[in-house]
Design a protein around this ligand. Structure first.
Ligand SMILES: NC(=O)c1ccc[n+]([C@@H]2O[C@H](COP(=O)([O-])OP(=O)(O)OC[C@H]3O[C@@H](n4cnc5c(N)ncnc54)[C@H](OP(=O)(O)O)[C@@H]3O)[C@@H](O)[C@H]2O)c1
Length: 512
């Protein structure tokens, strides 16, 4: 995000800014957990996308590290498989040739001695001067150990002309205490400016566009407050169930998996004040202030303002779907929530009294992520006998996925002599406007790490604040266990209780 703005001291035209070269310096990319699902499904294809876009450094290599014993050749075979949908070109062959592998036990110091030797040899072969990106794509319980060993082996301190950066996958802790402990461990070895806590939602174009929409246009910002906005809804709905991730998900649940990171990031972007610049810390300062302003929810309010639920059996698009508790790998009688909804308030001058309704769940009726901003109704109707409350309020919709775009709903008159009004929509669609699909969020984030831009990564104080807000609720739900857990049929829009969160205030969910 800060490209161009952070590095440029003179004024540029929009066209010049678009043409700014964003190529990082030569570096080595080290992926821990290189034999895993994320590495093969997202990380390797994203790196190749960057190679195709011409934004990988002039020279680079990709060193995969994992326990599984593989030769360089066998690892390259896997990389080739990951890129099977890509045409066989010289670029692809070159990319695959740059992929190498090192196996070992993450807890064994010998792995890091071997890593040191391998990095030196690769750096020399590629003319790279001590610039290394470590991507931790392992199970989270290994993050602290890997970071610690990197420190002990002298692989965390940048040397004279180089840099060392570490990317940490989600989940970042499972509560405030574990997130703080992980931060402490990382800070023993890495400075904060070396740490990139990834939230792939921030790599999505549509999420970044919330900022462009708000701060590069003059029309909406004067209305962006409690005087004109009635409420905000944020929905992240998935049709998939727990899939192959039951081991992780059953210990986690929707609040940890979706709210603490993705939904709170969206909330922060919608509610933040204009930053002084698009530089990483200016942006992250404002986002963190939003979380500091959240009105704490007390235990006596949980049953009114927070909903948790789990999917029962049901059907989706005509196919029967099993209950969560019958999914492979889920503990029998599990009380883990696969759906959560929250009503929160940002208690500051801009937002006092404006409810933000957040919901996310698995096995819902539709895959859709949206932020919906509903404006206040007109103060009175000049179209009597129609009354003001019969006119549909303006609705601004940020469609994060799918059908990426932004739309604005307003009232319009039907043609003809009658006084007949209905809601119509002005629509911006990414695909139509720019003629390109959505780039992979991981590609953008990889590029930013190589460029040293932390704007789209979570800072430790934002993360701590996010956990601080949710931790009491997590504790309460953990104690409450069976009671208070609602159920919803797979393929529905969630439990009745989530609808009541809004209907008790004469509102309804607008994402359907
Ligand atoms: N997959 C996704 O879509 C996704 C999305 C968001 C976040 N993440 C996060 O990204 C990280 C990697 O995800 P993933 O799905 O790729 O994980 P994964 O496939 O379960 O694990 C990655 C690699 O870590 C190693 N590993 C697994 N269990 C281990 C253990 N108990 N001890 C030591 N090594 C072990 C395995 O390699 P070896 O056995 O060869 O060492 C495995 O290939 C996780 O933290 C996950 O939460 C994943």
């Amino acid at each position: 995000m800060a490209h161009g703005t952070a590095v440029v001291s003179k004024v540029l035209s929009k066209e010049e800014l678009c043409l700014l070269e964003k190529v990082a310096e030569p570096c080595g990319i080290v992926i821990f957990g290189a034999s895993g699902d994320l590495a093969h499904r997202k990380l390797i294809p994203s790196l190749f996308q960057l190679a195709k876009d011409g934004v990988l450094p002039r020279d680079y290599y990709v060193l995969g590290v994992a326990r599984t014993a593989l030769t360089d050749e066998a690892f390259r075979g896997k990389v080739e498989e990951d890129l099977r949908n890509q045409a066989d070109t010289g670029l692809k062959a070159d990319f695959i040739k740059r992929c190498v592998y090192l196996s070992g036990d993450y807890g064994d110091p010998k792995l890091y001695q071997s890593l040191d030797g391998r990095l030196s040899a690769l750096d020399e072969a590629h003319g790279i001067h001590d610039r290394h990106l470590y991507y931790l794509s392992t199970p989270p319980q290994l993050y602290e150990a890997i970071a610690g060993h990197l420190g002990q082996a002298g692989l965390a301190k940048p040397r004279a002309q180089g840099w060392i950066r570490i990317v940490i996958e989600k989940p970042f802790g499972r509560d405030l205490a574990s997130a703080e402990a992980l931060n402490r461990s990382l800070h023993e070895v890495f400075r904060e400016d070396q740490i990139y806590r990834i939230d792939h939602y921030l790599g999505k174009e549509t999420v970044q566009n919330i900022l462009m929409f708000r701060f590069a246009n003059a029309v909406y910002e004067p209305l962006w407050n409690q005087k004109y906005i009635d409420h905000v809804q944020i929905t992240a709905a998935e049709t998939v169930g727990v899939e192959h991730r039951a081991g992780y998900y059953d210990q986690s649940g929707a609040l940890r998996d979706m709210f603490q990171n993705h939904l709170f990031q969206l909330l922060s972007l919608v509610a933040m004040e204009p930053p002084s610049s698009m530089e990483a810390d200016a942006m992250r300062d404002e986002k963190t202030k939003v979380l500091h302003s959240l009105r704490p929810i007390g235990p006596d309010e949980y049953s009114r303002l927070a909903v948790r639920a789990q999917y029962a059996s049901g059907g989706l698009n005509g196919d029967p779907q099993p209950a969560y508790r019958s999914e492979e790998g889920v503990r029998p009688g599990s009380t883990t929530e696969t759906f959560a909804a929250l009503r929160v308030e940002v208690d500051n001058w801009r937002w006092r009294g404006v409810p933000f309704y957040l919901r996310s769940g698995k096995r819902l009726a539709k895959r859709v992520t949206e932020v919906v901003v509903q404006f206040k109704p007109v103060p009175t109707s000049v179209f009597k006998p129609l009354m003001a409350d019969q006119l549909t309020p303006n609705i601004l919709r940020f469609r994060i996925q799918p059908d990426e775009g932004i739309s604005f709903g307003f009232e319009a008159k039907h043609p003809g002599p009658k006084l007949c009004l209905s809601s119509v929509t002005m629509n911006f669609n990414y695909q139509d406007a720019f003629g390109v699909g959505q780039p992979e969020a991981y590609a953008r984030l990889f590029q930013d790490v190589m460029l040293g831009d932390q704007t789209l990564f979570s800072r430790n104080d934002w993360l701590n604040q996010s956990w601080s807000f949710l931790n009491p609720l997590l504790d309460y739900w953990a104690e409450e266990k069976q009671t208070g857990l609602a159920f919803y049929p797979a393929g529905s829009w969630g439990p009745r209780e989530a609808d009541e969160l809004l209907t008790q205030e004469d509102r309804t969910w607008l994402t359907k």
